[in-house]
Design a protein around this ligand. Sequence first.
Ligand code: ATP
Ligand code: MG
Ligand code: MG
Ligand code: MG
Length: 475
Amino acid sequence: MNNSAQQIRQQFLDFFKSKGHQIVPSAPIVVKNDPTLMFTNAGMNQFKELFLGEATIKYPRVADTQRCLRVSGKHNDLEEVGIDTYHHTMFEMLGNWSFGDYFKKEAITWSWELLTEVYKLPKDRLYVTVFEGDDSEGLPKDQEAYDFWKAFVDEDRILLGNKKDNFWEMGETGPCGPCSEIHFDSRSDEERARVNGAALVNADDPLVIEIWNNVFMQFNRLKDGSLKTLPAQHVDTGMGFERLVRVIQQKTSNYDTDVFQPMIQFIAENAGIKYGEAEKTDIAMRVMADHIRAIAFAIADGQLPSNNKAGYVIRRILRRAVRYAYQTLGFKAPFLNQLVPILAQQFNGVFDELYAQKDFVQKVVLEEENSFLRTLENGISRFEKMEEISGEKAFELYDTFGFPIDLTELMAREKGLMVDMQGFEAELQKQKARSRAATAIDTQDWVIVNEGDETEFVGYDELESQAQILKYRKV
Ligand code: ATP
Ligand code: MG
Ligand code: MG
Ligand code: MG
């Protein structure tokens, strides 16, 4: 295929290689040595020490594709996945970095060159955002970025953004700086004519999607809240690979690209239902095709599904996918595991970890499916009889039928019901009297554990799975 996902990825890496970047491997998706982060959620995670000045810079310019997971903490996109067509649980983040080397000018020039000259995206469908400044915090407008963009982009397609969208901070203290995002407009020509081509960001229209974020680490936020200019300034960029493929392949959904279609078609054939036939079954197929990626890579990177912490996050995602498969698509026998070989084949030569362990990963998924399918049927019929979901009932579904609370919430939403979350939490508390402090706090990209007065959720001793649930409710 011309412009296949494989080629698009390779072109990215080749492009930055030609600009003097060292191509490095993806870090694992499972983070083992950082108490503040469970899963890699951005390309820059593995370079944290470099930005903090705690590690020696080996290569001042680096690029890669990083497998990321956004299902917990500050970045939790789980509820969007499958419902919208551009947030995934697991996705690849393409990135290029400068560690005290080039800065805004090169980053902006190269991102424009790559998108418009290598990928040949239509220029008039690209919008960029620039930090507008914030007087109350003494943060200046990013005039430099604005001026560099102006060389390429008409001013009516350069939008100013506020601190929430266009200023990045590593945590309460540490490196921070303005960022500049690139959005792509997939609206039809007619629609664009109707609105006079007015620029929008993706918050305003699902057909306008953010594809790339360029962060310029310019300041250091000190404990007293003041900002100091960093002695060495850095660039950190992240581009959603599946979104990039979508816009290059001229689709309006990531799932219509060759990243997802092999799995979607396999699911559709086996279910005997066409993809595109009905929204409900489409969502179920998208969820399955998405979730298996998160599950498979987590297992390949050493995180087995379990009843606590990161393992329970994976089990929750898996059970969510199995419920869609079972109830919406009619797969009464384990099926999800059959997607593993397709995925492994697809990532062979990209992330070899999965291919090397594909039989093992498939077996783990199969066992998980078998174990949940044992109680799912009865749990669903129990659920169907409920007219309201009290704390006790949600707890029964959790405790007796293995329904993670977010699954119960999802099923309740589908039925127009609410779950009494407070009641559920109270039930958990009742079951466990003794509590202990959770070691991981996962509300920001990074937080300094045990520093400051930030108190977070306190977990439960033996039933860590339940602690995990409560933690997820809070962030
Ligand atoms: P969005 O606003 O769409 O949620 P973001 O601003 O949270 O994206 P960043 O943290 O800036 O995303 O990450 C860099 C890039 O990674 C984004 O520009 C986007 O292309 C991609 N990306 C972010 N989250 C996801 C996701 N859940 N699935 C797929 N791609 C994603
Ligand atoms: Mg987001
Ligand atoms: Mg965004
Ligand atoms: Mg962003």
